[in-house]
Design a protein around this ligand. Sequence first.
Ligand SMILES: [Zn+2]
Length: 347
Amino acid sequence: MLADIVEYLICPVCRADVRLDERTLRCAGGHAFDVARQGYVSLLVGSRPPGTADSAAMVAARAEFLDAGHYAPLAEAVAEAVREHTGAQNVPLKRESSTETNDGEELRAYRGARMEAGYGVGPAEGPVSDRDNVEGDRAVGRIVPVIVDAGAGTGHYLATALNAVNDGIGMAFDVSKHAVRRAARVHPRVGAFVADVWRPLPIRDGVADVVIDVFAPRNGPEFRRILRSDGAVVVVTPAKTHLSPLVEELGLLSVDEEKERRVARSMEGFAETGRRSIEFDMELGHGDIVQVVGMGPSAWHTDAADLDERIAEYISRNAMRKRHKVATHAAFQLSIFEPAPRSRPVP
Ligand SMILES: [Zn+2]
């Protein structure tokens, strides 16, 4: 997969073009980044504040939660938004690129790998239409949609989105190498990179059709730079009633009222051109609750032992159907942001 993605990357140190040389990404300036055994590449440069990346245990628990399908309606909504904004794939030959290097043999290998991996992404997997046209489209030089997930975690949302898009490649960025290791295997059309989304992204200007940002840092200026002029950013944030009544019962802080304004500020230069609410109910056990609280706003992060105790008390008060689960509401806001000059404001 990396061979198909390298043309969109730039050197994180000097911003020059990079090429894949065996198992190493190299720029003309002599900077080199090895492809890890697990298939990802660390493009992290400089230092970052300690404790900002998810640990192996956090990543494993999160993967388990997502694989269980608790957030499937959200993943499907993100995928649908991505699909709606990758219409450009049907417009032939808009970009002069080096895709000519994808000769027939590479394409066959690429396609074979995709079939072999079976597009598996758990419960959100859906039918993909027109797969047979993909190879033909690529062979005649049609544009392949590029989907960037900034703060991709395990790549769960990106993989679901790729399954909804006819063709398209995914670039997963996360500051946690544990997350990126998983993202590298999440889908045959994903390339995964360790990078800090707060820093300049190692991505060429104007190549992304869609940037996905699910509960992740929003680097508005960089999103703007890497996005095509007709591209879109899909931003998901928790809504006010997210995890009610859990939040109240566990004595956690509610989602801060300033959130909406903070989202708008971070996306300066964009116009919000679409917005929808995604709400559904979940039945969560103790482990799920620990996980879902950890996935929420950092304000919820609290002393682990204390939280554990509060969850146990809450479950014993509310145990339903003798399965020791509690009904919990999920509520998100999904917003579409498009580069401002071409965009219409929300009616
Ligand atoms: Zn360089």
